[in-house]
Design a protein around this ligand. Structure first.
Ligand SMILES: NC(=O)c1ccc[n+]([C@@H]2O[C@H](COP(=O)([O-])OP(=O)(O)OC[C@H]3O[C@@H](n4cnc5c(N)ncnc54)[C@H](O)[C@@H]3O)[C@@H](O)[C@H]2O)c1
Ligand SMILES: [Zn+2]
Length: 367
C-alpha cells in the first residue's frame, strides 16, 4: 500500500511536527497496525524538552535501526491489525484484531539478549524513539512477536496503558515482593500509580505512597478509595516525615516497609526509599535519573538493605498485564487517563499540558 499518512515527528527539542510522511512498507514477518490510541510518556516529554536523549543525535544514526531524525514518536500504543506481511500465518494475529505493541527494540544476538534480558540489549532502543516508526501515526509496521492481541473486554484505550503498566509489573515481579509484605511507592506519577495498580493486582494488603504534588495526591487517593479493603496510606513529604511515618505504619516484625519503589528519581526520593525500607529490605529503583544521585552506602551496609534497578519489561510481562486487566486483577486502570486529544493537538493539548501541570497523569493521542 503506497501513499502517505499523518505522523507526529521529532525534529529536535521543542520541535515536533505533524507531517505527511510515506506509509511504511510492510516487510516479511511484520504486521501492519493502525494505531488508535497512543499515550504520551515521560520520556517523550524529556525528548521534547531537552532531546535528543533516546532519539539519535543529528548525524548519528541509531545503533540498531540506523535511523536519524526526524523520527515518528509514540511508543505506548494499541490499535487494529490491518494487514499481515509475507510469512505471517493468520492464527495468533488476524486482520481486524485489536492489539497492543511492545515497543522495545533489541537485536536478539548480543550477550544480554541471549541471557533473556532483551530489556538490557547492547543495541536496544524503542519503536517510537529510535526509528522504524511510532505510534503517533496512522500506520506502523512491526515484527509479529511484539504485537499482542487484546481480549474482547480490553479496549485499545486500555491497550495503550499496557506499556506503562508492564514497566510497573516488571518492577514488582523483579522485586519479588509478596502479598503479605508492605510496600512504599515514592512518586505518584503515571509510573508510581502503575506500580500501585500492580501491587493491588498482586493482592498486597498494605501500601504506602509518598507524593509531593497535591494534584497527584488526589489521583492516588482516588485509586485508594476504589480499593477500600486494602490499607493504602498517601503521605505528603512536605507535611510529614515519611521515613518516620512509614516505620510507624509498617511495624509488623520489623520497622518499615519490606520494599520501596523509587518512581520519582530525585535525591530526596531515593533517600526516603533507603531510609524507610526495613532492615534487610529492598529498594527497587524504577526511575531514570537526570543526574547521578548521592547514595549513603553505609545506610545499606549496616542494615543489610538491598538496592536494585529495573528497566522496561521482558518476555511475558505484556501478556501477564493484558491477562491481569482482562480478569479484573488490575481494576479500573482507565483512572490513569486524564485527557484524550487529536494528533493535530498533541503538542499544545498533550505535551505542553503535561508540562504545565501535574493535574494530568496520562494523556492519550488519537492518531
Ligand atoms: N525503568 C523504566 O523502564 C522506566 C520506564 C518509564 C519511566 N521510568 C521513569 O520512572 C520515573 C517516573 O515516571 P513518571 O512518568 O511517573 O514521572 P513523573 O515525573 O510524572 O512522576 C514523578 C512523581 O514524583 C513526584 N515527586 C517528586 N519528588 C518527590 C519526592 N521527594 N517525594 C515523593 N514524590 C516526589 C512528582 O511530584 C511526580 O508526581 C521517571 O524517572 C521515568 O523516567 C522508568
Ligand atoms: Zn541485544
Amino acid at each position: 500500500m503506497a501513499g502517505s499518512m499523518k505522523a507526529l515527528r521529532f525534529h529536535s527539542a521543542k520541535d515536533l511536527r505533524v507531517e505527511s510522511v510515506p506509509v511504511p512498507e510492510l516487510l516479511p514477518g511484520q504486521v501492519k497496525v493502525k494505531p488508535e490510541w497512543c499515550g504520551i510518556c515521560g520520556s517523550d516529554l524529556h525528548e521534547y524538552l531537552t532531546g535528543p536523549i533516546l532519539t539519535p543525535a543529528v548525524g548519528k544514526p541509531h545503533r540498531l535501526t540506523g535511523c536519524t531524525v526526524p523520527l515518528i514518536m509514540g511508543h505506548e500504543f494499541a490499535g487494529e491489525v490491518v494487514e499481515l506481511g509475507p510469512g505471517v500465518q493468520p492464527g495468533r494475529l488476524k486482520v481486524g484484531m485489536k492489539v497492543c505493541i511492545e515497543p522495545t527494540l533489541f537485536d536478539d544476538t548480543c550477550p544480554p539478549c541471549l541471557d533473556r534480558r532483551r530489556n538490557c540489549c547492547e543495541k536496544g532502543g524503542f519503536f517510537g524513539l529510535s526509528g522504524w516508526g511510532g505510534g503517533f501515526s496512522e500506520y506502523a509496521c512491526l515484527q509479529e512477536k511484539v504485537v499482542h492481541p487484546l481480549p474482547d473486554n480490553v479496549s485499545t484505550e486500555i491497550g495503550a496503558l499496557v506499556e506503562p503498566l508492564a514497566v510497573a509489573w516488571h518492577a514488582v515481579k523483579a522485586s519479588d515482593h509478596s502479598p503479605d509484605q508492605s510496600a512504599l511507592v515514592v512518586g505518584a506519577g503515571p509510573i508510581g500509580l502503575a506500580v500501585l495498580f500492580c501491587l493491588l493486582a498482586k493482592g498486597c494488603r498494605q501500601i504506602l505512597i509518598s507524593e509531593v504534588s497535591p494534584q497527584r495526591i488526589k489521583h492516588a487517593l482516588d485509586i485508594a478509595a476504589s480499593h477500600p479493603d486494602v490499607e493504602i496510606k498517601v503521605l505528603d513529604p512536605t507535611k510529614e516525615d515519611v521515613v518516620a511515618k512509614a516505620k510507624e505504619l509498617c511495624s509488623q516484625g520489623n520497622q518499615g516497609p519490606n520494599t520501596a519503589y523509587d518512581c520519582a528519581g530525585v535525591q530526596k526520593s531515593i533517600e526516603t526509599a533507603i531510609g524507610a525500607v526495613r532492615k534487610g529490605g529492598l529498594v527497587c529503583n524504577v526511575s531514570v535519573w537526570e543526574k547521578p544521585a548521592t547514595i549513603d552506602v553505609n545506610a545499606l551496609v549496616f542494615s543489610e538493605k538491598k538496592l536494585m534497578g529495573v528497566a522496561c519489561y521482558c518476555e511475558g510481562d505484556f501478556q501477564e498485564v493484558i491477562e491481569a486487566i482482562s480478569t479484573g486483577k488490575i481494576r479500573n486502570p482507565e483512572k490513569l487517563i486524564t485527557a484524550r486529544v487529536a494528533l493535530e493537538d498533541a503538542v499544545t493539548n498533550g505535551f505542553e499540558a503535561l508540562m504545565k501541570s501535574r493535574e494530568h497523569v496520562k494523556i492519550l493521542v488519537h492518531p
